[in-house]
Design a binder for this molecule. Sequence first.
Ligand code: NAD
Length: 484
Amino acid sequence: MKQFRNFINGEFVATNKTFENRAPVDNRVIGLVHEAGQAEVDAAVAAARAALHGDWGRMPVARRVELLHAVADEINRRFDDFLEAELADTGKPRSLAAHIDIPRGAANFKVFADIVKNVPTESFEMTTPDGGTAISYALRAPLGVVAVVCPWNLPLLLMTWKVGPALACGNTVIVKPSEETPATATLLGEVMEKVGVPRGVYNVLHGFGPGSAGEFLTRHPGVNGITFTGETRTGEAIMAAAAKGVRPVSFELGGKNAGIVFADADFDKAVAGIARSAFENCGQVCLGTERVYVQRPIFDRFVQALKEKAESLRIGPSDAPGVGLGPLISAEHKAKVVSYYDVARSEGATVVTGGGAPSMPPELAEGHWVQPTIWTGLPESARVIREEIFGPCCHIAPFDTEEEAIALANATDYGLATTVWTQDLGTAHRMARAIDVGLCWINSWFLRDLRTAFGGAKASGIGREGGVHSLEFYTELRNVMVKL
Ligand code: NAD
C-alpha cells in the first residue's frame, strides 16, 4: 500500500500517526497518509526559513528561472506518474486530468518563472529640493515563508498555481494539500529533489484543518503569508489565524455562479457550455454554474436540451469508455450533495432529471456516485439557489429583461464567476460590467490565460493572482531612493 509521507527539508518524513486515503470510485483504501503534528510543522517552517536566507535566497534569478523550467520539464517527463496519482485520488475522467490538471501543473512553473524574468519594476528620476538629482526604483523582495493551503478538486493544478509564482518570486513554501488528495503534492517533492531545487524550498505537510497540520501551519508565527483555496468558512478561520502578526492572505473561496443565456445565443453552443460548466469534474469546480437563468422565449427548449445533455453523460471510473462524469471526492461530500438533492425536493423543486444516486455495478457500488441533477420551479430564496453545493447540479429559472438577469445574477453573497451567452456585443459588454464577479466568460467557460487576473469578488475571495498580480502578493515592493 502507498505511504504518503511529509516532505521536509528535502527528506520524506514519516510520523507515527497515519490516516487512510481512499479511492472515490470504490472507497477502497489505497494509501496511508502520515499526519504532521506541531513538531513537523515547526521543522518545516525552520527548513523553509533557512532556505530563504540560504542557497535559494542567494541564487541569481536566472538560475531560479532555469530550475523552475526544469521542474516543469520533469513533471512532463513523469506525466503518467502524475496522471495516475491524480486519477487514483480523484477518480475523475482520464481525459480531463490529461488535458487540464497535469499540463497546467507543469505550465504554472514555466509561465510564472518567465513573468518574473520579464516584468519590470518602476523607476523615476526626480529633482531634489537642493536642485540635485535622485533616482528611485522598486525592488521586489520575496514575501518570505509562504503557507499554501489547498483543496481537493484540482489538486496539482491549484497547488502549483500558488507554488509556481511563490517560488519564482524567491519565496520558500510549505504546502498543506487536502487530506483527500495527498498524492501529487508528495510526488512533486521527488521532482524538486531530482532537478536540484535546494532543500527546504518546497515542503509538504499532510493532515487536516482544525487541530491538525492546517491550523498549526496557518497559526505559526514563522509563516509570513498564507495563500489559500477552499471554502469561504475555512477562509474565515484562516483569516483569524493570519490576524495574529498581521500576515497577508490571498484567498480563492467558494462560489454560487450564475450562467445567463439570452434568447439570441447560439443555442447549441450555449447548451453545451452550460452543461460543461454545471457537470464537469462532477460539479466540483469553484467556477461551476449552479444557477442558470434563461430568457423566456427559449426557456422550455433549453431545459429540455440541458436535460438530454445531462442524461447523455456516462457515469463511471476514469477509464470507462466515453465517461463524462466521475464520482464525488468522498463519502462525506456525497452525503452533503445528496442531502441538497433532498432539500430541493422538500422545497418543492420540479426535478427535471437526476436527484439521487445511480445504480452502479457491484465492484463500484461503494463509490461516491451521484446523478447529474437539474431543477426548476424554485423561488430565489430556496437553499439550493443560495448555498454552494459543489456537485453536478443546477437550478434553471426564466428571465425577461437584461436588468432582471443582472439582478438575479448579483443576488448572492458570492462573486466568483459568471458565464454569459449572447450574440449581441452590447449585451455582452454590459453584462461584464454589471455582474459583480472576478471572472466573466462570454460565450465560453473555463478559458484561462495565466497572464490575467484570477480571483473572486464579495465572499468569493481576497486579492487576485495570475500574471503580474501574483507578483503583487508574493513579493514586497521595496522603494530604493538614490541621491546622485
Ligand atoms: P476546505 O475549505 O474544506 O479545505 C481546503 C483546505 O483547507 C484543506 O487542505 C483543509 O485541510 C484545510 N483546512 C480546513 N480547515 C482549516 C483550518 N481551520 N485551518 C487551516 N486549514 C484548514 O475546501 P475543500 O472542501 O477542500 O474544497 C472545496 C471548496 O473550495 C469549495 O468551496 C470551492 O468553491 C472552493 N474552491 C475555490 C476555488 C477558487 O479558485 N475560488 C478553487 C477551488 C475550490
